[in-house]
Design a protein around this ligand. Structure first.
Ligand SMILES: *Cc1c(COP(=O)(O)O)cnc(C)c1O
Ligand SMILES: [Zn+2]
Length: 412
């Protein structure tokens, strides 16, 4: 293992690689550090390429080892999107298809790493507060590992996501309140119960899973850094760790070049980070979420300020798009690539479209958009695109209906 300790990002105190919520001295966030010199010496592209066809091919860059029996997560497709690129006026666009993970969202990555650490530490159950996707990922991974799961979600969550958490046998608590209320409740519970709350007391490990979104894209581009990326922001963890992932590949000598410009995407109905960006402030002011992008509906984002700093440092930005733009973008992505995304992916593509339209992106630079979840998780949000033609089971009826149709041109 090349991870050596947990280090406080605020005061620099260091701790063993165990479960702890925050720094004892200053309550700052804790992050694993790695022996970069040893990684530079030992880690090669060939060693990674010879690894498993999951995110564990990057185990040397993660703070724990794969838990036996865990679900295979990661190495999702990175697909070229030439027709979407043409529609938006950009040269080279790739889409990272995170719906291809076992529970159909990027959350399988963070759960894979957090649950491996939980098993290593001998914790008896997995648990989490969730905006939806984490619930399904924790429930499924716990079932695969044969341990208990306790899930806490806002009571008014999409039923698809509650069902996906319940079927693998998790104990599901539907809590009266917003995600931020649920999160506060779980923080209190984490002190009472010997469980691994994946995004609370083992959050330091959970967050590391998102680095693999950077690792995979670089490897899939033929060991090349993309020049600009667009990714959604909920708590800001994914967005922040994406940057760490790209930087770590450079640090250990696997690639070189400039780190990608990072463009953050939020839904206008829950855009505390985009709001701070627009005001030109470092301070993220909590909001009360009201958007169809439920998986991104965190009003008080733990890593909001870090996400803001990453957008600034890389020459990116943070944008908010409204619910109509999200629905439109879900259709645009599906019509041009065949990929049906949940609302979070609509937020990302709507942001990409807005940035392209406003000239904020370099149209000649290589661009990657992270599509973090599958469309079947939020089918109701896409109903506006569904206009079936009702006909009798009769050939003439179909022919008549086709003649009455406006000619469908081969455009987007
Ligand atoms: C959780 C989630 C994100 C991003 O979450 P962060 O809290 O910012 O790491 C993005 N997309 C989907 C679909 C998610 O479920
Ligand atoms: Zn500290």
């Amino acid at each position: 293992m090349y991870a050596t300790s947990l280090v406080c990002s605020s005061c620099g105190d260091s701790y063993p690689l165990d479960a702890r919520f925050a720094c004892d001295s200053c309550f700052g966030p804790l992050e694993p550090t790695f022996d970069t010199a040893a990684l530079r010496r030992d880690l090669t592209r060939e060693r990674i390429e010879a690894g498993p066809r999951t995110l564990w091919r990057y185990a040397d860059l993660l703070p724990t080892r794969e838990a036996p029996g865990s679900l295979p997560v990661g190495l999702t497709p990175l697909i070229a999107a030439p027709r979407l690129a043409a529609a938006l006026g950009i040269r080279e666009l790739h889409i990272k298809v995170e719906g291809a993970n076992p529970t159909h969202s990027f959350k399988d990555r963070v759960v894979s790493v957090a649950s491996a650490k939980a098993v290593e530490l001998g914790l008896t159950a997995l648990a989490c507060p969730s905006t939806g996707n984490l619930a399904g990922a924790v429930a499924a991974q716990a079932a695969a590992l044969g341990i208990a799961a306790y899930i806490f979600v806002p009571a008014d969550l999409e039923r698809e996501k509650i069902i996906a958490a319940a079927v693998p046998g998790a104990t599901v608590f539907a809590v009266d309140g917003t995600y931020d209320d649920v999160n506060r409740l779980c923080t209190e519970l984490a002190y009472e119960r010997p469980w691994a709350f994946v995004n609370v007391n083992v959050r330091s490990y959970y967050a590391q899973g998102s680095k693999t979104l950077a690792f995979e894209v670089v490897e899939q581009l033929g060991w090349r850094l993309p020049e600009q990326v667009v990714a959604p922001i909920a708590s800001g963890s994914l967005f922040t760790k994406l940057h760490k992932g790209f930087a770590q590949l450079v640090d250990v000598g696997l690639v070189d070049g400039d780190l990608p410009r990072q463009f953050g995407a939020q839904a206008l109905g829950c855009s505390p980070v985009a709001g701070a960006w627009q005001r030109g402030e470092d301070r993220v002011i909590p909001v009360r979420p009201d958007t169809i992008a439920r998986s991104l509906a965190i009003g008080n984002p733990a890593d909001g300020a870090n996400a803001l700093a990453v957008a600034r440092a890389t020459g990116g930005s943070v944008t908010a798009v409204d619910d109509d733009e999200i629905v439109e973008a879900i259709g645009l992505l599906a019509r041009t690539t065949g990929i049906f995304t949940e609302t979070a992916g609509g937020v990302t593509i709507a942001t990409l479209a807005r940035l392209a339209r406003e000239g904020a992106l370099d149209p000649s630079a290589s661009t990657v958009a992270y599509i973090t979840g599958d469309g079947l998780k939020t089918p109701d949000a896409a109903l506006a695109h569904v206009r079936p033609i009702h006909v009798a089971a009769d050939l003439d009826a179909v022919e008549d209906a086709l003649d009455a149709q406006p000619k469908r041109l081969a455009t987007v």
